[in-house]
Design a protein around this ligand. Structure first.
Ligand code: 7ML
Ligand code: ZN
Length: 886
């Protein structure tokens, strides 16, 4: 650990360990909160009814967490007490010698308008709002800010009536009134005990869009969406999605909503996507507001999923919550799995699976292979905000999915029923979740639990053998070392598979100890480090289709030639594996090109791959969205992951070469498809029309790669004619990749048309930051001074800086190191304002060791420069120090 790095209080940040968990010494039964809201001087009174926890070690003091609070007074059982009865110890207020039950009342002062970290209570676009997960509540008042302390909250808000006509908190509105000084007040009561991270309040000048939902048992729930007046026409999609989510959770999990009102608020400044506060979900406006002319298909799609995600937390997270933050995946992995299935049920299942696996492979596999690798249930952290990761969320969801694969759909439902029944109102662990699955199904998942405790992506080496009608499949597993875990025990891995005959039909499967074949696909359970499965009565050498639907989050190592991959791409009945074969085919072609890139021979592309992709493009029966996904080449970052030492320029060049060559050789088909898929029909959000737009816009992008006049005309025409954001943004994004005379005027035009809409302006920033043109960094630097840009808005930072550093590999990794210097400069500016966002950004350099010596040196120097900054946040400290160590 670097000895210069200190946290904001001048100490070297310390790690927290799972094995140090102890139950809270005191429980809190009720909390009464009283807020007098003023942007620069908010008074918070908190009265806690506390009681000694019988399950805790006796005689411990009461410890209340507090951060950046000005303490005004403390009362014990109604009487003022002086500083001799409590002490401030680090970031805690400590009280010794309390009776077994007591009332503690604390008054504090905070300054929400100065809060740029966007944790706790802050002001965004003139409204008060909160973000308490994971440890934001301690910035509001002194409290045992840990999720295993669950209390009933009553919240009174007092604020100026004109500036803040709407006053909201969790639960039900129980009373409200006027004061004679121009202020008004409202009191909310939440009947369900909850951890402090689920507390929320909102006060602002907002309009309310109302709807309602009748639950399966006939209760009517009021649905209210609160937004700034300018956004009133962007609420329909979120409300429709909410009703879909409520119905889905009843049908698929038997879970009904439990309060009479469900509220959603949209805020412009938000660190994450959204937050599941009980009865009062708060959303980043980018993740909830949509209209066809300002939001793209993928925005609509994501909003539906995020609305589902936050709603589903009401059971998986709120009614049953986490014992401690090491258990984060208990609620997040499970809830991501739930939102994935929700989207799959409502739209195209294979399209959703492919998108999810793409995220996992490009981002989570990369994390697993780098210095920040950690298990789904981490065993230590410095700053918990850094553990809201693709590993905890997306790999966590894969772990839940594997359990479902192992116990089946019905067994899984029995397991979730038991889990919710057993643990309703409790704060529990991932072990409790697995125990419910085991007990409901009478199975043993003890080996399976290694998925929670061991980091890293398992690799399966495959060996095949065919003789005398017997097909033998040997699977060997190993898992590379990760920080702190040099050796791994074998995982319990469900591998769904089939054997295809030469026409692509799956063969009946009979293992050697079985008397007859059972089905044409099968989930093999790999538990040993090496296992062989022998299939009988196999008439011809089959083609194996392995890990169908990506049944396990592993890397499969199976050498196949291009013809076999092309065969699977054309014939595998499993749509996911068909896509996967296409990706593997493209990947092997691209990796060979990378190897030869600096050689003598010019780059060439085989007919096999051109023909395979051409056939796909011409396939009239295949879902157009699947065609578009199949024709999307693996990303540069995913390609980089497959290389021993990353050569960013070679990867970029060969990928561009392959796109250009496919475009030239398949020009007529791309053109024909483009023409077929153009449509003047009004915008609709449904799987079919989205699929059509995705294929159309993919064709446009390929056509433009040829540089033809015709393609350029089509692109400009689409830009002019488009009557929805999906089509105009697609055209502008393509145009921004080329140094053409129309580029600047069109970007200018777009800005002028949309400058009043901050979410569209974000897209405009992102398009420019994502351009592969060589002057992009200069452009990005210039845009930092654009009047619409500000470092204090996370969406702006992600659009401009995030897109450049994380989504523009070739320009960010420019050999002169200018991209790295730029990132470090911005992180140093941002860290004092918003450490969470700064920490996310700096992660773009965490995998510096994978690059060539020159770039390694440049990145390392920038990381060291950041680490040396005095007063660095714990957030950035953790990422940078672990990156330099690992
Ligand atoms: C995941 C969230 C957070 C962080 C939202 C914040 C959340 C924590 C919060 C999937 C879909 C939408 C949002 C998120 C996400 C990172 C990602 N509890 O609900 O998990
Ligand atoms: Zn979540």
């Amino acid at each position: 650990m670097g000895d210069t790095a200190k946290d904001q209080a001048g100490r070297t940040p310390r790690a927290i360990y799972l094995e140090d968990y102890t139950p809270p010494p005191f429980l809190v039964d009720t909390v009464e909160l009283h807020f007098e809201l003023e942007p620069d001087d908010t008074r918070v009174r908190a009265r806690l009814q506390v009681r000694r926890n019988p399950a805790a070690r006796p005689a411990q003091p009461l410890r209340l967490d507090g951060q950046d609070l000005e303490l005004l007074s403390v009362k014990l059982d109604g009487a003022d007490i002086d500083g001799s009865r409590y002490r401030l110890e680090g970031q805690q207020l400590v009280m010794d010698d309390l009776p077994d039950a007591a009332s503690v009342e604390i008054e504090t002062r905070i300054q929400p308008a100065q809060n740029t970290a966007l944790e706790g209570l802050y002001v965004s676009s003139g409204m008060f709002c909160t973000q308490c997960e994971a440890e934001g509540f301690r910035r509001i008042t002194f409290f045992p800010d840990r999720p295993d302390v669950m209390a009933r909250y009553t919240t009174t808000l007092v604020a100026d009536r004109k500036a803040y006509p709407v006053l909201l908190s969790n639960g039900n509105l129980v009373e409200q009134g006027e004061l004679d000084d121009g202020r008004h007040w409202a009191r909310w009561q939440d009947p369900f005990p909850k951890p402090s991270y689920l507390f929320a309040l909102v006060a602002g000048n907002l309009v309310c869009i109302e709807d309602s939902f009748t639950t399966r048992s006939g209760r009517e729930v009021a649905l209210r969406m609160y937004v700034e007046d300018v956004n009133r026409d962007k609420c329909g999609h979120a409300l429709a999605s909410l009703k879909q989510a409520m119905r889905w959770d009843e049908e698929r999990y038997g879970r009904e909503y439990d309060l009479d009102v469900f509220m959603i608020v949209a805020v412009n400044d938000f660190n994450m996507g959204a937050m599941e506060n009980k009865g009062l979900n708060i959303f980043n406006s980018a993740c909830v507001l949509a209209s066809p002319d300002t939001a793209t298909d993928s925005d609509f799609y994501n909003i539906q999923g995020i609305i589902g995600h936050e709603y589903f937390h009401n059971w998986s997270g709120n009614r049953v919550t986490c014992r401690d933050w090491f258990q984060l995946s208990l609620k997040e992995g499970f809830t991501v799995f739930r939102d994935q299935e929700f989207s799959a049920d409502l739209n195209s299942r294979p399209v959703k699976r492919i998108a999810d696996v793409n995220v996992l492979r490009t981002h989570q596999f990369a994390q697993d292979a780098g210095p920040m690798a950690h298990p789904v249930r981490p065993d230590s952290y410095i700053e918990i905000s850094n553990f809201y990761t693709v590993t905890v969320y997306n790999k966590g969801a894969e772990v839940v999915r594997m359990i479902r694969t192992l116990v089946g759909q019905q067994g899984f439902r029995k397991g979730t029923d038991l889990y919710f029944e057993r643990h309703d109102g409790q704060a529990v662990t991932t072990d409790d979740f697995v125990a419910a699955m085991e007990d409901a199904n009478g199975i043993d998942l003890s080996q399976f639990k290694r998925w929670y405790s061991q980091a890293g992506t398992p690799v399966i080496d495959v060996h095949e053998d065919f003789a005398d009608g017997i097909y033998s499949l040997t699977l060997k597993q190993h898992c590379p070392p990760t920080p702190g875990q040099p050796e791994k025990q074998p995982f319990h891995i469900p591998i769904d598979m089939a054997l295809l005959d030469r026409s692509g039909r799956p063969l009946p499967l009979r293992l050697e100890d079985e008397t007859e074949a059972a089905g044409t696909h099968r989930v093999l359970e790999l538990k040993e480090s090496e296992q062989t499965f022998r299939f009988q009565d196999i008439p011809e050498r089959p083609v194996v289709s392995l890990n169908r639907g990506f049944s396990a989050p592993v890397k499969i190592n199976l050498q196949r030639d291009d013809t076999e991959l092309a065969f699977l791409l054309a014939h595998d009945p499993d749509p996911f594996n068909r896509w996967d074969a296409g990706q593997n085919l493209a990947m092997s072609v691209l990796l060979r090109l990378v190897e030869n890139y600096r050689g003598e021979r010019p780059l060439t592309l085989d007919d096999t791959v051109v023909d395979a992709f051409g056939a796909l493009l011409a396939d009239e029966d295949l879902d157009m969205a699947l065609i578009a996904q199949a024709l999307t080449l693996p990303s540069e970052s995913y390609l980089a992951d497959q290389c021993e030492v990353v050569d960013v320029d070679a990867i970029h060049a060969v990928r561009e070469f392959m796109r250009r060559t496919l475009a030239q050789r398949l020009y007529d088909r791309f053109l024909q498809r483009y023409r077929e898929t153009r449509s003047d029909a009004p915008y609709r959000f449904d799987a079919r029309s989205m699929a059509q737009r995705s294929l159309k816009n993919l064709c446009l992008a390929y056509l433009m790669e040829t540089g033809s006049e015709e393609a350029r005309a089509l692109c400009l025409d689409q830009l002019e004619q488009a009557h929805n954001m999906t089509d105009s943004l697609a055209a502008l994004t393509v145009l921004a990749q080329y140094d053409l005379p129309q580029r600047e005027p069109q970007l200018e035009l777009f800005y002028h048309r949309w400058q009043h809409d901050p979410l569209v302006v974000d897209k405009w920033f992102a398009i420019q930051a994502g351009s592969r043109l060589p002057d992009t960094l200069q452009r990005v630097k210039g845009l930092l001074n654009h009047p619409a840009f500000t470092l204090t808005n996370p969406n702006k930072v992600r659009a401009l800086i995030g897109r450049f550093c994380q989504g523009n590999t070739v320009r960010f990794h420019a050999a002169d190191g200018a991209g790295y210097r730029f990132l470090a400069d911005q992180v140093i500016l941002l860290d004092p304002l918003n450490p969470q966002i700064a920490a996310r950004l700096i992660s773009a350099m965490s995998r510096w060791r994978r690059h060539d010596a020159h770039r390694r040196q440049l990145m390392k120097a920038e990381l060291e420069r950041v680490l040396a900054v005095p007063g660095l946040s714990k957030d950035v400290f953790e990422i940078v120090s672990k990156s330099l160590e690992g």
